[in-house]
Design a protein around this ligand. Structure first.
Ligand code: DAH
Length: 356
C-alpha cells in the first residue's frame, strides 16, 4: 500500500514536470484529483477502512495530495511565464525596419504663398504678427478711422455675430487683416516691422470671391519713414514673389480711411494672354499708404514722433496670378486631384537661397 502510494506520487510528479503546456498540465490534474482521479478514488475508498487504518491512510493521502497540489501550482506558474515570454517574443517590433513607402501629402498653394511671403519679408527684417478671426467692431473698423455709418463699412459685406449685450456693437468676422495693425501697435512700442497673414471674411461668393479668403497685412512704424520706403519695399517684394526682376510696378493714388496718402499698387501684365511683366496693361494687386495720424493716435502712438506705412493684399489673388489659376473656388473644395496638381512638395519648402 505504502509503496503503491509512493509510486503514484512519483509517477504524478514526473507527469507534472513533463507537462509541456497548460492544457497537458490540466489533464494531469484531472487524472489525479478530478472526480474520477486516481488520488480522489483512494480518498473515497477511505470510508471502507477500519477506523485505525483510515486515520493512518488518510494522513498519508493528505500529505501526498498537498505535495501534488503544490507541484501542480508551481508548474502552472512556470508554464504561464513561458507562454507570456513566447507571446512577447512573437510580438517584438523591429524598430530598425525602414518605413513602408506611403503617399506623401502636398502643401496647399495658399500655405505655400504664405511661406514665401514670410521668407521674403523675413529677409527684409519683418516679423510675423497674429490676431483673432473674431474681432471687435473697434479693432476692425473704429480704430482704423472707419466710424459707424462710414461708407467703407458697406463695401465690406461684414458677417456680424450676436452681440454680448444689447448696447455693445456686435463682434464681426474680421473683414481684413488691418485690425492686426491696431493690436500690434497697442501691444508694444515702436519701432514695428510686421506682417500679419490669415483668414478674412466677407459675404461674397463667385468665381473670384469667396466668403472666406486670406490677406497679408504689412505695417512699418519707425522714425522718418517715407513713401520712398513703401515704394521700395513693395516693389522688391512683388519682383521677388513673382520671380520677375523687371516687373513694372505702378503706385496709383487712391483712398483708404486708414492711410493718408493712399495708393493702389499695380503690376504690368498682358490682359489678353495673362502673362505677367509685359504687355502694357496694368493689374491692381494691393492697397497701401502712409498710416493715418488718427490711426496712430487711436493706437496710442504719437504721430509727431513716429510714422510709417501699411499695406494689405489678397493672398488668393497673387497666388492665382503666379501659378495661372483662373478660378478661386477650387482653393477651398478639398479636391485631391486639384491639390496634387497645384500643390507643393513638403520636402522642398520656400527658401530664399533657391529663390521662392
Ligand atoms: N484693408 C484693406 C482691404 O481689405 C487693404 C489695405 C489697404 C490694407 C491699404 C492696408 C492699407 O494696410 O494701407 O481692402
Amino acid at each position: 500500500m505504502t509503496d503503491d502510494l509512493a509510486a503514484l506520487q512519483h509517477e504524478a510528479e514526473h507527469s507534472i514536470a513533463a507537462a509541456p503546456d497548460l492544457r497537458a498540465l490540466e489533464a494531469v490534474r484531472v487524472a489525479l484529483l478530478g472526480k474520477a482521479g486516481r488520488l480522489t478514488a483512494r480518498l473515497k475508498a477511505l470510508g471502507g477502512l477500519p477506523a485505525e487504518a483510515r486515520r493512518e491512510e488518510g494522513a498519508r493521502l493528505n500529505v501526498v495530495k498537498e505535495a501534488l497540489a503544490a507541484a501542480l501550482a508551481a508548474r502552472r506558474v512556470a508554464l504561464e511565464g513561458a507562454a507570456l515570454e513566447a507571446r512577447l517574443a512573437g510580438e517584438r517590433i523591429d524598430v530598425t525596419l525602414p518605413a513602408r513607402p506611403s503617399e506623401s501629402g502636398v502643401i496647399h498653394p495658399i500655405s505655400r504663398s504664405m511661406d514665401e511671403i514670410a521668407a521674403l519679408f523675413g529677409a527684409m527684417g519683418f516679423s510675423v504678427a497674429e490676431g483673432p478671426d473674431i474681432e471687435t467692431d473697434w479693432h476692425n473698423f473704429g480704430a482704423l478711422n472707419i466710424p459707424p455709418h462710414h461708407p467703407a463699412r458697406a463695401d465690406h459685406d461684414t458677417f456680424y455675430l450676436p452681440p454680448e449685450t444689447a448696447e455693445a456693437p456686435p463682434p464681426v468676422l474680421r473683414t481684413h487683416t488691418s485690425p492686426v495693425q491696431v493690436r500690434t501697435m497697442l501691444s508694444a512700442p515702436p519701432p514695428i516691422h510686421i506682417i500679419a497673414m490669415g483668414r478674412t471674411y466677407r459675404a461674397d461668393h463667385d468665381a473670384t470671391h469667396s466668403p472666406m479668403f486670406h490677406q497679408c497685412e504689412g505695417l512699418v512704424i519707425d522714425r522718418a519713414i517715407t513713401l520712398g520706403h513703401l515704394k521700395g519695399c513693395l516693389s522688391d517684394f512683388l519682383r521677388a514673389f513673382f520671380g520677375l526682376p523687371d516687373l513694372p510696378v505702378r503706385f496709383r493714388a487712391s483712398y483708404f480711411p486708414f492711410t493718408e496718402p493712399s495708393m493702389e499698387v499695380d503690376i504690368g501684365w498682358n490682359r489678353r494672354t495673362g502673362e505677367l511683366g509685359r504687355g502694357g496693361d496694368w493689374l491692381e494687386i494691393l492697397g497701401s499708404g502712409m498710416v493715418h495720424a488718427k490711426v496712430l493716435a487711436n493706437a496710442g502712438i504719437d504721430p509727431r514722433e513716429w510714422q510709417g506705412f501699411a499695406f494689405g493684399m489678397g493672398i488668393e489673388r497673387i497666388t492665382m496670378l503666379k501659378h495661372g489659376i483662373s478660378d478661386l473656388r477650387p482653393f477651398f473644395e478639398s479636391d485631391l486631384r486639384w491639390l496634387r496638381h497645384y500643390g507643393f512638395s513638403p520636402l522642398a519648402p520656400a527658401m530664399l537661397h533657391e529663390g521662392v
